[in-house]
Design a protein around this ligand. Sequence first.
Ligand SMILES: [Cu+2]
Length: 271
Amino acid sequence: MEHFKYFLIICTGFLLSCNSDDEPKKDSTSGKIIFNFEHFADGKVLDLDNLKYTNAAGNDYEVTEVQWFISDLTLHKSDGSKMQLGGEDFSHYIDTNIPSTYQWELPDEIPAGDYASISMVFGIKGEKNIPFYYTDSPESNMAWPINLGGDNGGYHYMKLNGFWMNANSERQPFNFHLGVGQERDADNKIIGFIQNWFEVELPASAFSIMANEHKSINIRMNVEKWWDQPNEYDFDYYGPMTMQNQEAMAAGVENGQHVFTIGSVVTVPSE
Ligand SMILES: [Cu+2]
């Protein structure tokens, strides 16, 4: 009997300590964010596999698929403080062939209040872009050749594939792929690598969130802007492939500052 009493005390103590450790910290002063991703062209939802678009350089083109990484999403307050989202899940993969990738539900508790802006990294920062980091598809299919990217260029930032009508009026495939670039000597031998990821502050991304509120924020890729300004991107000049062409990728990266906008911010009823 005495033993049994001790057993009960130990058990209860164990359960109590377990409970207090495992209980998720329910913060009644915070909300949650869900990001949704959408692809637009010329101000409307991107119509895939339809050769009906014309870029700034006058190339008629179509898009067959867009596959890309976003990472290090960060909320900024007007006092300069910031909060990086996602924790260990610092990146998210988006694929027009896999609609389930269009949503990224952040685990973070977002303190209630006003936020001045949202910033994002297009692609993955070099120190996190480690070869063989992603072991499962579809992310693993984004691997960037090690000879073209080195130890900090493990994955494509984006594969944007399609066709354009070339100077000979032929429908020619293009692979507008962005990732780590190469520095080459006069003999075209690779002598270094160039990080092409970039950070962008999303225009008009101020929002506020209340306690227990869920915000659904749409991040929009405006596809035509990859080829618009400041560099009018002519496929007849740059050619169908970009991966070994730093000049082409640099033009895309500069234009990339104008590619992303906020589609909408909606408060969704929480469960
Ligand atoms: Cu590629």
